[in-house]
Design a protein around this ligand. Structure first.
Ligand SMILES: O=P(O)(O)OC[C@H]1O[C@H](OP(=O)(O)OP(=O)(O)O)[C@H](O)[C@@H]1O
Ligand SMILES: O=c1cc[nH]c(=O)[nH]1
Ligand SMILES: [Mg+2]
Length: 211
């Protein structure tokens, strides 16, 4: 597994406002959208392309376009939904699959309540988006499901990652073709499994508190 922490002043600036408890939901959603677009630049570095012959108004030339099969983007509901548009804007040929997952706040175990994506992902590049990589339970389960369906190259784009979650992914997905791109690797998890300093509950901050 590869991890890439994007070190860029614009990313750091936007992330600081995102973390700030005074940032309201509309601003939080806008910043999450902007941040995924910046992270996508790094995350799509190895997106597959094919050569194409075109004519400019001046001459013929050879360029590239996104290859088939199309990449698949998978937001992990709820909070991952806030990162979807920012990514598909840059990957116009991508298809979109959905996974609804929830972490039990007592046991910290992740469970899946909805899945809607192709059964056969053989040969597909998949981009999973979820703002928070905390214990790693959610992302590990999601990536296992994608690989069970045949995905051969998975990139996870997160806004924040905890060292505990990165270690769990390295242990559980050792040797798998997985890359994690994140805006920051934070200090640790607290006793409730929240990332420190973190930004709180990403889903609640985007969409409001659910009982
Ligand atoms: O790495 P983990 O310890 O598994 O935690 C990370 C998960 O927790 C959050 O989702 P949550 O369960 O709060 O669902 P929500 O997006 O509906 O709020 C977050 O968006 C991740 O999916
Ligand atoms: O800090 C955290 C950890 C898990 N999920 C969140 O939304 N925030
Ligand atoms: Mg949540």
């Amino acid at each position: 597994m590869r991890i890439h922490v994007v070190d860029h002043p614009l990313v750091a600036h936007k992330l600081t406002t995102l973390r700030d408890e005074r940032t309201d939901s509309p601003t939080f959603r806008r910043l999450a959208d902007e941040l995924v677009t910046l992270l996508a630049y790094e995350a799509t570095r190895d997106v597959r392309t094919e050569q194409v012959d075109i004519r400019t108004p001046v001459t013929g030339t050879t360029g590239v376009r996104l290859a088939r099969p199309r990449p698949l983007v998978v937001p992990i509901l709820r909070a991952g939904l806030g990162m979807l548009e920012g990514l598909v804007r840059l990957l116009p040929t991508a298809e979109v699959g959905f996974m609804g997952m929830i972490r039990n706040e007592e046991t910290l175990q992740a469970s899946t309540y909805a899945t809607r994506m192709p059964e056969d992902l053989s040969g597909r590049q998949v981009y999973v988006v979820d703002p928070m990589l905390a214990t790693g339970g959610t992302l590990i389960a999601a990536i296992r499901e994608l690989m069970k369906r045949g995905a051969d190259d998975v990139t996870a784009i997160c806004l924040l990652a905890a060292p505990e979650g990165v270690e769990a992914m390295e242990r559980e997905l050792a040797g798998k073709p997985v890359t994690v791109v994140t805006a920051a690797l934070d200090e640790r998890l607290n006793d409730q499994g929240y990332i420190v300093p973190g930004l709180g509950d990403a889903g609640d901050r985007m969409y409001g508190v659910v009982d």
